[in-house]
Design a protein around this ligand. Structure first.
Ligand SMILES: Cc1cc2nc3c(=O)[nH]c(=O)nc-3n(C[C@H](O)[C@H](O)[C@H](O)COP(=O)(O)O)c2cc1C
Length: 212
């Protein structure tokens, strides 16, 4: 694609601005409102979010994960604890999450500290997953080189098609990201976007409007 075509590509945002009066003192409640609206409006997966992590080598790494649970204690996702992200989180538990809801012209940034959830909570979600997904998570050495796709597929088939119980392996489970910062971005007319940042001050959240 030619550079000039990309130069000219922009979408005109014309949604309702985000007014100070629309804000909630509690960012979790504003997140919940936006998330529910995204579930109705978005054509894509509204619970897909970018997770960015940085390990000891200081090289940031981003990838999509699915939000599977949220509450005022944080945002939960599931993965392989030995994956690249798992190793980075072991070295440095600070991470960023990003939701992009293009049909709502909204973005939510979250920064915080990540920890593993309890085994019981991980078991509960693991057991709710379809058998094939459980087999795949149990067998995947996520982020390691895979020599033969076909043999991995047949291992998954063998495990999911027999009647043995598929237990959650210890290297697979959930993390919760506990936010210390939120930023709500609402795309506006003629680039007059609205941004509000919430930062945690003890039990309170301080709200600041930012230049777009
Ligand atoms: C929409 C979408 C959702 C995804 N959800 C997850 C997820 O919930 N958990 C997960 O481990 N990987 C998920 N992935 C795959 C990751 O993006 C990534 O490829 C994988 O976790 C390995 O990342 P890592 O090598 O940085 O650890 C998803 C990918 C996409 C495109």
């Amino acid at each position: 694609m030619q550079e000039k075509e990309l130069y000219g590509m922009r979408r005109d945002y014309s949604p309702k601005p985000l007014y100070v009066e629309d804000l909630n003192n509690d960012p979790f409640l504003l997140f919940e409102k936006w998330f529910k609206e995204a579930l109705e409006l978005e054509n894509g997966e509204a619970n897909a979010m970018v997770l960015s992590t940085v390990g000891n080598d200081m090289m940031p790494s981003s990838r999509m994960v699915l939000l599977k649970k949220y509450s005022d204690s944080g945002f939960v996702f599931f993965t392989n604890y030995k994956s690249h992200k798992g190793r980075q989180l072991e070295e440095n538990n600070r991470a960023a999450l990003l939701f992009f809801w293009p049909d709502s012209m909204r973005q939510v940034r979250i920064e915080g500290n990540v920890r593993k959830i309890s085994s019981a909570e991980s078991d509960e979600y693991f057991e709710s997953r379809p058998r094939e997904s459980r087999a795949s998570s149990a067998l995947s050495k996520q982020s390691e080189p895979l020599q033969e796709r076909e043999s991995f597929d047949s291992e998954i088939r063998n495990l999911s098609e027999n009647n043995r119980e598929i237990k959650r392996p210890g290297h697979w489970g959930g993390y919760v990201a506990e936010p210390v910062l939120f930023e709500f971005w609402q795309g506006g007319i003629k680039r007059s976007h609205d941004r509000f940042r919430y930062t945690k001050r003890g039990a309170e959240w301080k709200i600041v409007r930012l230049y777009p």
